[in-house]
Design a protein around this ligand. Structure first.
Ligand code: AP5
Ligand code: MG
Length: 224
């Protein structure tokens, strides 16, 4: 079976984490989420966490030279050698170039860049109501995707928290950083013929259906 090497693109709050959880279940792919890796490093007080914390709190990107090595190393681990779903990487053109070079050096290539599109206004609504389980990483929204019981995770009953960077002024900064540094990747992957675009304003289950159907098609095309 052909490898599925997928990346998720989209503004903060587009639903990358929400969809990733469902897609990795559908296709049994290892899930590599840069934000989750960085937040765990901050919580553990590792060198990476110490380097990253200030940037994350300000809503800025962690420098390329800090993040690229960490992610490429992760993709070299056993479980990611036959396919992966990347969320939050690449986020700059140099990151995309580094990923492309690494994969081609290994005789591998990206299958697709899945772009989840939503407006800035919707991002602000979503991130202000987001709650996450610090333990399982599962993502909820107080209004759009609430847990079965208020304030606790459906999976294991752990407490739900608000992310430090979900404050209104940090959300605005993250959006500006997205438009300036990450949005150029839409054209980058479009020119490579790898971009697949999804309307992220639809309800989570509908976005999921569309993405799942697209990945199934990509897989079929690859087998022909
Ligand atoms: P990261 O953790 O990647 O944050 P982000 O890209 O800002 O994206 P989010 O996780 O906020 O949003 P999401 O798209 O996953 O949405 P979610 O599914 O949660 O990065 C954090 C920081 O780390 C960065 O700012 C940077 O500092 C650093 N960093 C990370 N990667 C880096 C890199 N490569 N280079 C440099 N620095 C890096 O959904 C949001 C909310 O909406 C939830 O409440 C959810 O329930 C709800 N929702 C989801 N889908 C729907 C829907 N269809 N309808 C209604 N509500 C929905
Ligand atoms: Mg996320």
């Amino acid at each position: 079976m052909a490898e599925l090497n997928l990346i998720l693109l989209g503004p903060p709050g587009a639903g990358k984490g929400t969809q990733a959880e469902r897609i990795t279940d559908d296709f049994s792919l290892p899930y590599v989420a840069t934000g989750n890796i960085l937040r765990a490093a901050v919580a553990d007080g590792t060198e990476l966490g110490v380097q990253a914390k200030g940037y994350m709190d300000r809503g800025e990107l962690v420098p390329d030279e800090v993040i690229i090595g960490v992610i490429l190393e992760r993709l070299g681990e056993g479980d990611a050698r036959d396919g992966f779903l990347l969320d939050g990487f690449p986020r700059t053109v140099p990151q995309a170039e580094a990923l492309g070079a690494e994969l081609s050096g290994l005789g591998r290539e990206l299958t697709a860049a899945l772009l989840i599109d939503v407006s800035d206004d919707e991002v602000i609504r979503r991130l202000s109501g987001r709650r996450v389980s610090a333990k399982t990483g599962r993502v909820y929204h107080v209004e759009f995707d609430p847990p079965k019981n208020d304030g606790v995770c459906d999976v294991d009953g752990s407490r739900l928290i608000q992310r430090d960077d979900d404050k209104p002024e940090t959300i605005r900064k993250r959006l500006a950083v997205y438009h300036e540094q990450t949005e150029p990747l839409v054209q980058y992957y479009s020119e490579l013929g790898l971009l697949r675009r999804f309307d992220g304003a639809r309800p989570p289950a509908e976005v999921h259906d569309h993405i799942r159907a697209q990945i199934a098609t990509l897989r079929l095309e690859d087998r022909l």
